[in-house]
Design a protein around this ligand. Structure first.
Ligand code: ITT
Length: 203
C-alpha cells in the first residue's frame, strides 16, 4: 500500500487502459484526463519518448487549467511488436490502419500482413511515465512475450488482445480472464515496477 494515498492525473483517453489501471493500481486515486483537455502529442520514435512527451504536456496543461491539486501525472505508451513486421506496428500501434474502425477489422488486417510460415512471435510493451508536480520523472517498462493467433479470438480485453497468445498459454488475451492477464501483462509488470519506484521515492 502506498501511503499517503497518491492523487494522480491519468492522462489517457484509451478506455481499455483506464480500466486496467483502476484494477492494477487500486491504491492510487486517479483523476481522468478531462474531455475539454487537448489531445496530447506523441511524435517520438520510441515508447519512452512518447510516454514522457504526453506526461510533460499533461503536467503543463494541468498547471494552467487543473481544477484541483494532484501529486503527479501518469501516462502510458504501449503497443504490439511483431517479429515478422520488424517490430511493427510497435510505437504506431494506435495509428495502425486508421481507416478501419473496429479492432476486429484491424486485427484481421494485421494478421493478413504475415505471409504463410512467417515467424509469429510478438511482444506487448508498456512504458509508463510518472511526473510528480514537482521533481523528476519516474519511468518504468514492462513486456510480455507471446505469439500471434491465426484469427481474432475472444471478446475480452481491448485492442490487439484477441490476437495475442502469451507464452505458456494456448488462449489469447481476449479469451483469458482479465485477472489472468493482470498476472503477466506488459502493463501489470510496468505497474509493479512503478509501485517499487514510488515506494523508493517515498523513502
Ligand atoms: P493514450 O495515448 O490516450 O493513452 P492510445 O490508445 O493512443 O491512448 P498508445 O499511443 O499508447 O495509446 O497506443 C497503444 C495502442 O496499443 C492501443 O491503442 C492498443 O491498440 C494497443 N495496446 C496497448 N496495450 C494493449 C493491451 O494491453 N491490449 C491490447 N492492445 C493494447
Amino acid at each position: 500500500m502506498l501511503s499517503p494515498m497518491l492523487k494522480v492525473l491519468l492522462a489517457s483517453r484509451n478506455a481499455g487502459k483506464l480500466r486496467e489501471f483502476a484494477e492494477l493500481l487500486p491504491d492510487i486515486q486517479f483523476l481522468l484526463w478531462p474531455a475539454n483537455a487537448p489531445e496530447l502529442p506523441e511524435t517520438g520514435a520510441f515508447f519512452l519518448d512518447n510516454a514522457l512527451q504526453k506526461a510533460e504536456g499533461a503536467r503543463l496543461w494541468w498547471r494552467q487549467h487543473g481544477t484541483e491539486p494532484v501529486d503527479g501525472v501518469l501516462t502510458d505508451d504501449s503497443g504490439l511488436c511483431v517479429e515478422a513486421l520488424w517490430g511493427g506496428p510497435g510505437v504506431l500501434s494506435a495509428r495502425f490502419a486508421p481507416e478501419l474502425v473496429s479492432y476486429r477489422d484491424k486485427n484481421r488486417r494485421l494478421l493478413g500482413l504475415l505471409p504463410e510460415g512467417a515467424d509469429r512471435r510478438a511482444r506487448f510493451v508498456c512504458v509508463l511515465a510518472y511526473l510528480p508536480m514537482e521533481g523528476p520523472a519516474i519511468t518504468v517498462s514492462g513486456a510480455v512475450e507471446g505469439s500471434l493467433a491465426f484469427e481474432h479470438r475472444g471478446e475480452g480485453g481491448f485492442g490487439y488482445d484477441p490476437i495475442f497468445i502469451p507464452e505458456g498459454h494456448d488462449r489469447t488475451f481476449g479469451e483469458l480472464p482479465a485477472d489472468l492477464k493482470h498476472t503477466l501483462s506488459h502493463r501489470s509488470r510496468a505497474c509493479a515496477a512503478l509501485r517499487r519506484g514510488l515506494a523508493a521515492h517515498q523513502g
